[in-house]
Design a protein around this ligand. Sequence first.
Ligand code: ADP
Length: 486
Amino acid sequence: LTKHLTSTELLRDRGYVDGNWTGGNGTATFDVLNPATGEKLATLPEMGATETSAAIDAAHKAQPAWAARPAKERSAILRRWHDLMVTNADELAAILTAEMGKPLADAKGEILYAASYVEWYAEEAKRINGETIPAPSADKRMLVIRQPVGVVGTITPWNFPAAMIARKVAPALAVGCTVVSKPAEQTPLSAIALAVLAEKAGVPAGVFNVVLGTDGPAIGKELCFNPKVRKISFTGSTEVGRILMRQCADQIKKVSLELGGNAPFIVFDDADIDAAVDGALTSKYRNAGQTCVCANRIYVQSNVYDAFAEKLAAKVKQLSVGSGFDKGVSIGPLIEEAAIEKVEAHIADAVSRGAKILSGGKRFAGEGTFFQPTILTGVDRTMKVAREETFGPVAPLFRFGTVDDVIAQANDTEFGLAAYFFAEDLKKVWKVAEALEYGMVGINTGLISSEAAPFGGIKQSGLGREGSHHGADDYLEMKYLCMGNL
Ligand code: ADP
């Protein structure tokens, strides 16, 4: 890893608790690997329930003073953190590519995207305004103030090792919460690097803590059952989200969940087909298909189906797969062997039920977990690709006839995160936008994420929103003050 860095300043082989670089019992460790090569990048301490509990104590102790700081001061600290992320973007990107695999340019894009949340909430910190309500009687005055929920536990996945942390920690810190953060075991080095910069930016001891370890369930239980933690914010699978929500039920602990998706991507026959192809390309193959908002099911209207498939295949042939550090690479490795197996199983299932492979379909021989960008045609609703999130570079093309038919198919899932469609007719655009049961809808675009917009899902894709002024609400309680006898 050091060969990709100009200094080792952002590397640490410890967790971060109460302002100290610390961790574990000194014996149990785990390794962080580069998915492109299998090479070992770091050996880190296994931290478990005990260390998590210590981190919670630190966060709990630090919280009142942090909340009492004037918003302007919290804002200035977050702004410094943002600035440090931007000036260190190349180093942070190299760390991210090494542990996660995405192409270096995408990794840098993610770092700047992560920084944009920190900047946004540095600004929002100053605008956590309350409310005054005209009282129904003359002797009363009514007000609403908003206060931080307290200690927040965050659990995040490996596909956006920096952005998923920034999206939670920035609003939490901005409004006066403190955080115990558990990054994914595959990608803890980005979290560590962010903590190094947070410390440098002046985030006080105990305000942002990072617990490392592979025992997600043990760390998760401590975060859910420790009464000092008032809220859990999780991004990951629906399966784990459900466990966390259940565990939080005992103490009626607040939860924000950003879970799986099964995004439909619909191409109507009046769409600009070239734009739709470009949109599908970014939405499907970004991060090698490993994002929760990646197009998972591509529905194309019958009369443009063949033309769309042909144009998409031509573009897919130009995608180059390889190590994220190699120039010109647009698709890196999948995160691990199990991811390859899932992709292979989905393709095999589709083919056994009559789908055809128009492009790709195989893993690359040799080291690393690389998979060819794939297109399947002749796909139907009986196949696994219709119901499950593939989380890999596979584009299944479904054929549809009418607007109502495709709306029904698109909504026929327990998920409701992102959806996309391409169409020109204004009436149809409104009808489809309103009918899609999703938290986010991209219209004539395959890229929707922005720090300025509320990101989140409905149905079994989650609770709460990240980004925009709404994102701060998830970390705030409102308190109604009633003044009487006036
Ligand atoms: P993914 O498929 O992206 O790995 P997961 O939901 O399994 O999604 O993991 C997301 C995060 O949740 C990771 O940080 C992982 O360590 C953590 N995790 C996994 N299982 C649990 C659990 N039972 N309780 C708490 N966290 C968990």
